[in-house]
Design a protein. Structure first.
Length: 323
């Protein structure tokens, strides 16, 4: 008799010399591979053996330089800040431009937060159960002076990845550990691809009803306009755009070659960035808890995690058969 495979598994592996954890759904032939010691990045999402995440510079380059790929967490701010100083809830922060924690975009602005390739994550749970395979890790932000110097709001951060059926869910929780509220301005950056399908033939759907106006540094100006992006071929189009007023449920879709990838912003992400340069075989539907630069601009879009309450957000990457 052929052995019966368990529906879900959690296995240790390695990639480029780094320890990884593989969450697998045998029935759906879906595997997600994460690297707790390198930013808890999801370095691979494979369906029927095909890689669905753009690798760009890969894990080794991410570990060495913070150059993003796969599905990285951008924390405590997503995308770029408009400068090296910000003030939130009466606390002024001056960032050190020479800090090794800070990467800069082509305009010299701090980009993608402080936790790129962070080694500070500690695995707290890994479970294969009847309803899915899970990996949970925690980072005590307040335990690290360099992190607190750039974001002085004591808290613990938890990231949980779950593979269930043909979907990967990534949930993030912020728990204040002091008396101060914690600004919420993070996001994630799934670099998606369709294997064996030419980029020009990819089809996309973007469920946004407003587009944020950006200046020449790709920072929101505060203005926005109604938008409707008709589902259809990606073709030669290029994206680096910010959106709000997302349709409910907010389901961003990439499809082609008999496969659909659906990014659903399940909880806590009222904004999204779409990034798809026309010279790269990838497109990103980025869940955003706040608009880019919210730490500097503040306002009602910058939510705060209250002590004793915290903040949670989650999104799903699901693989479906093409309709």
């Amino acid at each position: 008799m052929r052995p019966v495979l368990a529906p879900y598994s959690v296995e240790d592996s390695t990639r480029d010399g780094f320890d990884t954890v593989v969450l697998a759904s045998a029935g759906a032939r879906l595997e997600a591979e994460l690297v707790p010691g390198v930013g808890m990045v999801c370095c691979s999402l494979r369906h029927a053996g095909d890689e669905l995440l753009a690798q760009r510079g890969g894990l080794k380059k991410y570990a060495e330089t913070g150059s993003t790929f796969g599905i990285p967490l951008l924390y405590p701010w997503a995308n770029r800040l408009g400068g090296f100083s910000y003030e939130v809830d009466g606390t002024r922060v001056d960032l050190d431009p020479d800090s090794p924690l800070i990467r800069k975009d082509p305009n010299g602005l701090p980009i993608h937060g402080l936790l790129n390739a962070s080694p500070h994550w500690e695995v707290t749970d890994r479970t294969a159960a009847h309803d899915g395979a899970r990996l949970r890790a925690r980072l005590d932000f307040a335990a690290h002076e360099d992190l607190m110097a750039a974001f002085p709001f004591p808290h613990a951060l938890e990231l949980e990845a779950t593979v269930a059926g043909s979907a990967l869910t990534i949930a993030t929780r912020v728990e204040p550990t002091g008396d101060a509220k914690v600004p919420i301005a993070f996001g994630l950056h799934p670099y998606l691809r369709l294997p064996d399908v030419a980029r020009a033939d990819w089809q996309i759907a973007v469920p946004a009803r407003r587009q944020l106006e950006l200046d020449d540094r790709l920072l929101p100006t505060g203005a926005s306009r109604p938008v409707r992006i008709e589902p259809g071929p990606l073709g030669g189009r290029s994206f680096d755009d910010a959106f709000a007023d997302l349709a409910r449920p907010p389901r961003f879709v990439l499809w082609g070659g008999g496969r659909r990838l659906v990014v659903e912003l399940a909880k806590g992400y009222p904004f999204a960035q779409v990034y798809g340069p026309d010279d790269q075989e990838l497109i990103c539907f980025e869940p955003m808890t706040a608009p880019t630069n919210a730490l500097l601009t503040g306002g009602p879009s910058l939510r705060m995690a209250e002590p004793g309450l915290g903040f949670s957000a989650s999104f799903v990457v699901a693989v479906e058969a093409a309709r």
